[in-house]
Ligand binder design. Structure first.
Ligand code: ZN
Length: 291
């Protein structure tokens, strides 16, 4: 009974084109009064590895899971949910008048592809100081690129697949070695059966890293900032067609797939992050065309 009342409080959001997913429940008593309900809405993929776009009245400040979220001048904002996101994060809106409205989101859990290997993990090779130093430099470049923030609008767009092909590795899949979990797969692997296939930008953005000299794991690595803390990375490229600072448009040719770095065959590994959250590209681009 209570739950039905809470969902009804979101009707204002439905009317203005957005929608409250059925799992969203208002926590603050103020949100229940229909006349005083804030006219803000949220729509997207409210599941682990997913995302949501919202809109709020002018002057609203938004925070999600305790951290401030930027709001565009038109009131639009973006949030996303890590592969291992807890089920009930809180979205908090401070309205222009100072009133605070909190909503608990319901993030649906996923059934990840888990493979149990009945033997222990392979013994690691002894640490090699030269490699470690090189690796630290690579990670520093990746982290520095992710910290940059550009006023680009790709976060507003429906993403497209950067290349069409067979999905040879799924986001979130994981091997567990004799009870010890290995790290999960952080992106989507797309294979076309050959090196050299061109790929395009899945959404507008600006190039924040273009590693012409291949990194030890990622190989030739391209990263694009889509704005609002959302970015894409493309690994194992044979060729990069853009450089740092280039503004790219959705559908623009940006590189060619390959098998540089740690790769057993030619494919494009496409990963998406929002802040520290690792996200599922298929929840941005939908089903692979023709598959
Ligand atoms: Zn991969």
């Amino acid at each position: 009974m209570m739950r039905r009342v809470l969902i009804a409080a979101g009707v204002a959001g439905l009317a203005c084109g957005g929608l409250w997913a059925s799992g969203i429940a208002a926590r603050a008593a103020e949100a229940l009064g229909a006349s005083s309900a804030p006219d803000f809405a949220l729509a997207g993929e409210l599941t682990q590895g997913g995302w949501a776009r919202g809109s709020a009245p002018a002057g609203t400040r938004i925070s999600f899971a305790g951290k401030d979220v930027p709001v565009a001048p038109d009131g639009r904002f973006f949030i996303a949910f890590d592969r291992d996101a807890p089920g009930k994060p809180v979205l908090s809106a401070t309205l222009a008048g100072g009133r605070v409205v909190e909503r608990e989101l319901t993030i649906a859990p996923r059934a990840w592809q888990i493979e149990h290997i009945p033997i222990g993990p392979k013994p690691g090779t002894p640490p090699n100081p030269e490699y470690q130093k090189r690796r630290e430099g690579e990670l520093a470049q990746i982290n520095a690129a992710r910290r940059t923030d550009h006023p680009v609008e790709g976060w507003r767009q429906k993403f497209i697949w950067p290349v069409h092909g067979r999905l040879s590795g799924r986001f979130g899949s994981q091997r567990i070695y004799n009870g010890t979990p290995g790290s999960y797969h952080s992106g989507m692997d797309i294979a076309t059966g050959a090196s050299g296939t061109p790929f395009v930008a899945p959404a507008d953005g600006v190039v924040i890293l273009a590693a012409e000299s291949p990194f030890s794991l990622e190989g030739r690595l391209l990263m694009i900032d889509h704005g609002m803390g959302l970015n894409s990375a493309f690994l194992h490229c044979s060729k990069l067609a853009v450089k740092v600072g280039d503004v790219v448009r959705q559908g623009q040719y940006i590189g060619n797939i390959g098998m540089t770095g740690r790769a057993t065959g030619p494919h494009l590994h496409w990963s998406i992050k929002w802040r520290d959250a690792r996200l599922d590209p298929s929840l941005f681009a939908g089903a692979m065309p023709g598959k």
